[in-house]
Design a protein around this ligand. Structure first.
Ligand SMILES: [Fe+2]
Length: 407
């Protein structure tokens, strides 16, 4: 598990996690990945003014009590245990296996569309928004039938260039979250469009700054910070985007504590759509593979985002976002308490810690007959302690092809 702790509580032997969050936006976050192996390092990073760090509790050898004490509150997973465990029937009109083929088609078509409109925007500084509505509508329809299919695919499809997948993933995640929050279809459309076009202004940012693999310096960061307003200037004449879409795009880097950009507004002043897009944006960025960084496992990314509540995000919104996706989002690879391994197959909003898992490997990662295990029902059927998720596991460590398990 990942928890955020104050730098004064860091000790020799603890294992710091690199979240991949921009150091310019989080200057007080110490994030050089690895074990703290000397008192000298601690003294140096205190002197440099770092205030917080995310640590991996298991690699740091900490039990839950110690992690709770150090993080000064409820652990990420505990915040979502207080819910009743009703039956697994979560009201999804169509089961996962039925929606999956349609969702794959929607994802592939949307990705092809994104390649097209983003390519044109970079080359011609023009955005054709006329075809976008139909793609957003397809996403809304698939998500209404089954939220898990498209959100799971976002994390499992073969990697394409980040700029294209990010635009579609944020659209899917924002739409799914909006639907979870109970927004009407008429509201999901502008929300989806805001998500689709949120970063299009990057087309007006010099390539050498945008694609710089290392850390940005202060001047380059100031250039990057222009992109929400560049998105606005590319889209401001589009009548269909005027009211709810453009404000959300402009505000997608504003933060709850007022430390964001471009205007530094905070709290309730940030529009609801912008708050949704920003959660989807950060989640996808944390979990995505980039040239210069590995993607975080989804549950770890949600742990980091939980640690960012009240600073970056509205606390209630981040909690709802985690409930929407589940503590272990669909597509996560997990080890169960009986030591079997499998893929999280469908979420359970009433019991975010107890999704349905498709078990496919034994303790030693040997293939076993596939079984769908609904963890929310396991306490009623098993004689021993209820079956539960022991931990999320990184499938890359075992060279497991998750798409094969998904099919
Ligand atoms: Fe952005």
């Amino acid at each position: 598990m990942v928890v955020k702790i104050g730098v004064n509580a860091l000790a020799v032997g603890m294992y710091v996690v690199d979240t991949g969050l921009s150091w310019m936006e989080h200057p007080y976050l110490y994030s050089r990945q690895g074990r703290i192996d000397s008192e000298k390092i601690l003294q140096a990073l205190r002197k440099e003014g770092y205030a917080e760090a995310f640590i991996d509790t298991q690699k740091s050898g900490l039990d839950d009590d110690a992690a709770r004490r150090l993080s000064g509150g409820t652990l990420f997973t505990e915040a979502f245990t207080a819910h009743a465990r009703p039956s697994a029937a979560s009201g999804k009109p169509v089961p996962m296996e039925q929606e999956l083929p349609a969702a794959k088609k929607v994802y592939e078509d949307s990705l092809a569309f994104a390649r097209d409109f983003i390519h044109k925007a970079y080359l011609e500084k023009q955005v054709d928004v006329t075809r976008s509505q139909a793609f957003v509508d397809d996403v809304i329809t698939s998500v209404a039938r089954n939220r898990d299919a498209l959100t799971g695919l976002c994390k499992l499809r073969v990697y394409d260039e980040y700029t294209y997948t990010h635009s579609i993933n944020v659209t899917v995640l924002a739409t799914a979250f909006g639907q979870f929050l109970g927004l009407a279809e008429a509201e999901l459309r502008p929300l989806g469009l805001a998500a689709l076009f949120h970063d299009i202004g990057k087309a007006n940012i010099p390539r050498e700054v945008l694609n710089k693999p290392g850390r940005l310096d202060e001047r380059e960061f100031q250039v990057i910070k222009r992109h929400p307003l560049e998105s606005y200037s590319l889209l401001k004449d589009k009548e269909a985007l005027k009211f709810q879409v453009l404000p959300a795009i402009v505000e997608h880097h504003e933060k709850y504590d007022g430390s964001g950009y471009p205007r530094g507004i905070g709290g309730e002043d940030i529009s609801m759509f912008a708050r949704i897009v920003s959660l989807a944006d950060v989640y996808d960025a944390l979990t995505s593979e980039r040239v210069y960084k590995k993607g975080m496992p989804a549950s770890q990314a949600l742990g980091v985002m939980y640690g960012m509540r009240e600073k970056d995000f509205h606390p209630t919104m981040v909690e709802r976002f985690i409930k929407c996706l589940g503590v272990y989002p669909v597509g996560s690879f997990v080890r169960l308490s009986d030591r079997r391994h499998g893929l999280v197959w469908s979420s359970n909003a009433q019991a975010p810690l107890a999704p349905t898992v498709k078990t496919a490997f034994d303790d030693a990662m040997r293939p076993i007959p596939v079984e769908l295990v609904d963890l929310s029902l396991c306490d009623k059927t098993s004689a021993g302690p209820p079956l539960s998720i022991a931990e999320a596991v990184d499938p890359r460590l075992f060279h497991i092809d998750m798409t094969a398990v998904m099919n």
